[in-house]
Design a protein around this ligand. Sequence first.
Ligand SMILES: NC(=O)c1ccc[n+]([C@@H]2O[C@H](COP(=O)([O-])OP(=O)(O)OC[C@H]3O[C@@H](n4cnc5c(N)ncnc54)[C@H](OP(=O)(O)O)[C@@H]3O)[C@@H](O)[C@H]2O)c1
Length: 251
Amino acid sequence: MTRTALITGASRGIGAAIARRLAADGWDLSLAARSPGPLRALADELHARYGVRVHTAPGDMAEEADVRDVARQHLTAYDGRLDALVLSAGMGQTGAIADFPLARLDKQYAVNLRAPFQLVQECLPALRATASPARDGTGVHRGSRVVAIASITGVAAEPSLAAYAATKAALLSLCESVNVEESEAGVSACAVAPGYVDTDMTSWMHERLAPEDMITAEDVAEMVSSVVGLSRTAVVPSIVITRPGRRLWRA
Ligand SMILES: NC(=O)c1ccc[n+]([C@@H]2O[C@H](COP(=O)([O-])OP(=O)(O)OC[C@H]3O[C@@H](n4cnc5c(N)ncnc54)[C@H](OP(=O)(O)O)[C@@H]3O)[C@@H](O)[C@H]2O)c1
């Protein structure tokens, strides 16, 4: 039976790279983000190239009703099967704690943490059912996975990223909680925590750090592809991807 993944933040950047990689691996997908146009274009490209099914599920992760609807759309399209929930939608705004507007903290909290928490909640029954041995037709029993794209700033602080980093640290913690609550039932979670990745999100950094010195979105996708290919007995709570240099855990 073909494995299915719901990928948020799939319209560009890391989420799109993960979609390309899982499609190449033969997965059927649902792609979520706010912009329907880029989602549709990517879905058509992946279907034409790899012959996999690709459903699009537009929605705003800052809106509780949209988050619920994105989950529902995937589960309807794939008859309740969900092998991997990949949480890549995210946003970041810089600023020191001293004068950081609380409304910006609220927005980052909503998109980077509240929506992932809600999506895990909405999808847990399907993840559990898919993880049960009766649903596994691959030979290897892989269980099902939540993979959340956190950030290295959730592991070690960087100046002017306090609000963003706090949401990402919380995402690392959420993955650990999924593991302690659900991994015996076959549902495990992994937070992938990269330093600066060359995407739209880091274009403002180019004067300080050249794109070619950043981690690539394909590097992150490679990690995700590996984790979702493991057997259910291998639980990987987190993966940190740092850049070369004398200081580990730097963004
Ligand atoms: N780039 C980095 O250096 C880096 C490093 C560590 C971790 N990360 C994390 O990796 C994830 C992906 O980042 P990226 O670099 O790929 O960024 P990106 O290129 O800016 O892409 C962000 C994605 O999230 C979606 N998104 C943003 N706000 C949304 C909302 N309110 N509702 C639904 N979707 C929303 C965007 O689509 P729409 O605009 O169409 O909604 C887009 O698909 C994020 O969680 C980010 O925090 C990035």
